[in-house]
Design a protein around this ligand. Structure first.
Ligand SMILES: [Zn+2]
Length: 106
């Protein structure tokens, strides 16, 4: 596990990731930049700290998680979007980043 800073639209989350997750979080494989939205929902215990742009402050521990919807809709062949939501700030409720969880259909 490696502590990695994942960029979101309203800040970042520093989380413990496996090598596989680190690769998955990069938009461009050759670029050392990691994105929250490229990964599925992070476990609370994996989030070490986070930064909120609105508060302009760093906080220890996980963000809040706001579930937007559980659509269960087919987004591509064999791929179902089962949950969509945001990582939000405990203090001001701003959105720090977004996540989507997919499931493979049979
Ligand atoms: Zn905030």
């Amino acid at each position: 596990m490696t502590a990695t800073e994942l960029q979101g639209s309203g800040g970042w989350v520093n989380a413990e990731l496996t090598d596989e997750e680190i690769e998955k979080s990069k938009l461009v494989p050759s670029m050392e930049k990691y994105f929250l939205a490229s990964l599925e929902k992070l476990d609370n215990e994996k989030m070490l700290k986070h930064f909120c742009k609105t508060c302009n402050a760093e906080f220890d521990g996980p963000t809040k998680i706001q579930i937007e919807e559980k659509p269960n809709e087919q987004v591509a062949d064999g791929l179902i979007l089962i949950e969509r939501g945001q990582y939000t700030c405990h203090k001001c409720n701003s959105i720090i980043g977004e996540y989507r969880v997919f499931s493979k259909s049979q």
